[in-house]
Design a protein around this ligand. Sequence first.
Ligand SMILES: NC(=O)c1ccc[n+]([C@@H]2O[C@H](COP(=O)([O-])OP(=O)(O)OC[C@H]3O[C@@H](n4cnc5c(N)ncnc54)[C@H](O)[C@@H]3O)[C@@H](O)[C@H]2O)c1
Length: 477
Amino acid sequence: METNRRSFLKLSGLAGFGLITGCTAQEKETSGTKLDHIRLEASKKYNSIFNMSGYAAPKIETVRVGFIGVGNRGSAAVERMSQIAGVSIHGICDIRPEKAHEAKERIKTSGHVATIYAKTGEDWKRMCESDQFDLIYIATHWSMHADMAIYAMEHGKHVALEIPAAITVEDCWRLVRTSEATKKHCVMLENCCYDYFELLTLNLARQGFFGDIIHCEGAYIHDIMDSLFDEKKRYDFWRLKENAARNGNLYPTHGLGPICQILRINRGNKMDYMNSMSSKDFMLNSKAKEMAQVDKQFESYVDKPFRGNINVSNIMNSDGSTMMLQHDVSSPRPYSRIHLVSGTKAFAQKYPLPGKIAIGHDDFLGATEMAELEKKYAPGIITKIGELAKAIGGHGGMDFMMDWRLIDCLRNGLPVDMDVYDAASWSVIGPLSEWSVANGSQPIEIPDFTNGLWKDNLVHDINLTKGGTTQVLKSTK
Ligand SMILES: NC(=O)c1ccc[n+]([C@@H]2O[C@H](COP(=O)([O-])OP(=O)(O)OC[C@H]3O[C@@H](n4cnc5c(N)ncnc54)[C@H](O)[C@@H]3O)[C@@H](O)[C@H]2O)c1
């Protein structure tokens, strides 16, 4: 019960929006006053200020980018961005000066003159306050994302931030409110939305190939057990700490983003409610004990409330379709994001690779038919930039396609593909899953961050009907 109570109090921000259903009697008793207070606060914040979906900010000819957090992920982004015309890398910030300098070294031949911000752990604020930046690109650990993004928007910068955008319900709302109030884009960098099979199935869905979509599945199944305990892999064991303190789907957006786009979530459809169940932890505590035998620094992790190996969440959408989402980053099994689309006419599933498509209950299409389908239905973004992106790389090209598209939208004054409502609604599944797990898998409503505007918001452009003018530069390697 202690875990339940802790999770509940941590998540109580969501109660304020009147969104909790079915709390247990004991929880109501222990936190009733707090719930009432938060509910009152939330009602003040609820009105939409401005609709950021489809919003086109003024064009920026040269996008001056500042990076915060250049560890494993951020430093690769610095290099990718340096290969996009119309980008000027003006600043690199990291709490570890050596990381900031290493990232700068990666682009030394490219002509970018980046100022290093690495004097203190608060130097990122200086970068956000400076008038030398148009876009702040954030790749720090999860708990800092929302504060950094909000500060940057409040100081007049567009924001691109790594996944998940936030880890509490309240922070999801804060991101939405800040983006609306400042009219600054808050783009969550969900690169899997730019993977090739995902984009193919998105276009197929839009062309009616699947018929009505009944059900989709997504996941983040990736055995990163060893790297959780490797300090070189992540600053200050931040990801191990998350896994030792929270129980639910901690990394929902890789699996969820692409299927939400297919199901037009926030653009004609919305997620209504969900529930979530976690297995027990079969492995992390044993690993902590094993590591503590050889390295004293792991003693503090022994008997922490590690999340269960697998988390399974079910989501009900307003159009009657359903989604299933899984999270498992410690069981020894092959990588999978599932990416399953089941419609009234056809079916697709990406994992195990290669991605497969079937029409009816007979077998999956063969290689020739798949090639024909890809030729006919590849969206414009793939035909325009797909091969170049593969050559530059980053998870097979999807990372570069994502960065290039973001810059092209900013330079051409186009709406961004993934807006703040996507960032909030895809990320909020994390804390909501924690609440459901801690409360016997009870259902919980999913906030409508668009405040009803989802009914008329339009889907994003995957065919580059506008823009597509940004050049790709030669590799700096
Ligand atoms: N989309 C993807 O495919 C993908 C892949 C890997 C990681 N990620 C995401 O990228 C983010 C970073 O992950 P990572 O693996 O690179 O972790 P990391 O620990 O290697 O990098 C985080 C960096 O942030 C820096 N940092 C910490 N506090 C700071 C502060 N106050 N000011 C400035 N810098 C600070 C750290 O020194 C570190 O270099 C996470 O959100 C993660 O989920 C996404």
